[in-house]
Design a protein around this ligand. Structure first.
Ligand code: XMP
Length: 517
């Protein structure tokens, strides 16, 4: 849970488990309107606490006609704010208002042409015929009481409904997805014409409000935080620093599993952008000692997580006392901890390092807990962090430990660092770095035969992996140019002693994962 709520007006999205719920929230925020996702089990008090000026009911995988299908816990109709039901949301509104909702004879999936009533405030400014994205097996057969139909398609005579006097709308299709040609205008109509929202959710207003809020909360106390050099923790630290300056104690732990020269680069960045002096802890020997002989991936993660906590605890004793701990928790983690089911709740769980021990009781400050990753980047830009920091590839907490399958030895890490450096420098040189979501090398636990000069060699194989993705949940292998791969492969084999073979990973996620462990 977060320590953070937004005090301004918001659009509340009630989540019925659609894979698109977060996308709806992001599309709304892209219009500079704050949106928050609550589980469909939220009660009226919880909904009111978010200051809703409008409510969106998301789609969902369930069949609305079945008795165990998720329902609305709260009587949202009594709130008197505009409501937009999308797909499952529209079906739910319709059932509640007495319509006949049934399994459709024509399941509709994919791009579909609909005819809309351009007189409807929802469709104002959009063409009478338009392409939309449908995805439903259930359809509304008769009009709910008090509603009129404002769109139809060949397979769906009631593709959108409205009740103007109560300001309740329903769409059978998905305005939030890219394939709905006029989805953006439809959402904007809902936000600005129907709900009367103001576009005030900007990096600047967020950073200003958050700075003031942290300052007020912290007062004269001191704040501890761990920084990893990643985008989230650096934006978080700069934001807290902006609020409380030297009262912040940023701690950077070198776990010996970082990339080539990474520790120096992170320390340089922190020193430049923070008022407070960052604490540097070289704990690489301790991490490597504890990892000695451990080959199972999850065990490695656990050992690394525990070692980090022990070291962090020690640092907090040395530099403390502290009343507050600042963390770079993002909004998707908050939604995950609140979620009540459906596909949107199945977010990666193995990445969360275990919690802090009992004796480390701090009050939490989570300044990014309202933000999606792209918003964190925007705030980072606003705070003046350099683009090369903002656009860095994600790097896993356990670092190179999960890129050396099996037990870890220091010489293997050193070898991998050299390979990784050549690959990443090559991507940057050829302007390919920003084309991919993440790129790295894996040291395979395989030796193979090669020939160099007249000599037979028996050396390591490395795998290069580069993927495209929007959120790391799914990914595809990047189609890097063959010539580039050839050059990088040659450079690695010529320059890194101990490697005589390079392979390129062409698996997508799913069914593979991005990392090898
Ligand atoms: P996978 O391998 O699960 O990775 O497809 C998805 C994204 O998460 C990163 N990752 C991790 N991040 N701790 C982290 O902080 C971890 O243990 C971890 N494992 C994977 C991975 O680099 C990718 O961006």
């Amino acid at each position: 849970m977060t320590d953070r709520e937004w005090e301004g007006e918001s659009i509340v999205i009630l989540d019925f488990g659609s894979q698109y719920t977060q996308l709806i929230a992001r599309k709304i925020r892209a219009e500079k309107v704050f949106s928050t996702i609550l589980p469909n089990s939220a009660n009226l008090e919880e909904i009111k606490a978010s200051n809703p000026v409008g409510i969106v009911l998301s789609g969902g995988p369930a069949n609305v006609t079945e008795t165990e299908a998720p329902d609305l816990a709260a009587d949202i109709f009594s709130l008197g704010v505009p409501i937009l039901g999308i797909c499952y949301g529209m079906q739910l509104i319709s059932i509640r208002r007495g319509a006949d909702v049934d399994r459709s004879d024509h399941r509709e999936f994919g791009k579909t042409m609909v005819s809309v009533d351009t007189g409807s405030p929802l469709f104002r400014g959009t063409p009478a015929g338009q392409k939309v994205w449908m995805s439903h097996g259930v359809r509304v057969n008769t009009l709910p009481a008090g509603f009129e139909a404002v769109a139809f398609s060949e397979g769906c005579p009631i593709a959108a409904v409205q009740n103007i006097s109560e300001m309740i709308f329903g769409l059978q299709f998905h305005p939030e997805v890219y394939h709905t040609d006029h989805g953006r205008e439809i959402l904007r109509n809902f936000l600005f014409t129907i709900c009367g929202c103001r576009p005030v959710w900007t990096s600047e207003s967020f950073a200003d409000l958050e700075t003031a809020r942290i300052r007020e909360k912290v007062g004269d106390s001191r704040v501890l935080c761990a920084v990893s050099g990643g985008v989230d923790s650096s934006v978080m630290a700069v934001l807290v620093d902006r609020a409380v300056g030297r009262q912040l104690c940023p701690v950077f732990v070198d776990n010996g599993l970082l990339r080539d020269r990474e520790a120096e680069e992170v320390m340089d960045l922190l020193s430049e952008y923070l008022t407070a002096d960052p604490v540097f802890v070289d704990a690489s020997d301790e991490f490597l000692k504890r990892l000695d002989g451990i080959s199972d991936a999850e065990s490695k993660r656990k050992v690394i997580g525990k070692c980090f906590i022990d070291i962090f605890e020690e640092q907090s004793r040395i530099h403390g006392p502290f009343d507050f701990l600042a963390q770079g928790t993002l909004y998707p983690d908050v939604i995950e901890s609140r979620s009540t089911g459906g596909p949107s709740s199945t977010i990666k769980s193995h990445h969360n390092v275990g919690g802090l021990p009992e004796n480390m009781r701090f009050e939490l400050i989570e300044p990014l807990a309202l933000l999606f990753k792209d918003e964190v980047r925007e705030v980072g830009r606003f705070l003046g962090l350099p683009e090369k920091q903002i656009a860095r590839h994600p790097f896993p907490g356990p670092g190179l430990a999960v890129r050396v399958p099996g037990a870890i030895r220091k010489p293997d890490l050193d070898l991998l660092r050299k390979v990784d450096r050549i690959f990443i420098d090559g991507l940057k040189r050829e302007n390919l770095y920003h084309e991919v979501w993440q790129a790295f090398a894996v040291l395979l636990p395989v030796k193979s035969v090669g020939v160099m000069g007249d000599e037979r060699t028996y050396q390591n194989a490395v795998a290069l992996r580069a993927v495209t993705s929007t959120d790391g949940m799914t990914a595809d292998w990047a189609r890097l140019p063959y010539d580039f791969l050839q050059d990088v492969s040659n450079e690695i084999i010529n320059r890194v002693d101990g490697v005589n073979r390079v392979v390129y990973d062409i698996s997508s996620k799913p069914p593979s994962t991005i990392e090898w462990e």
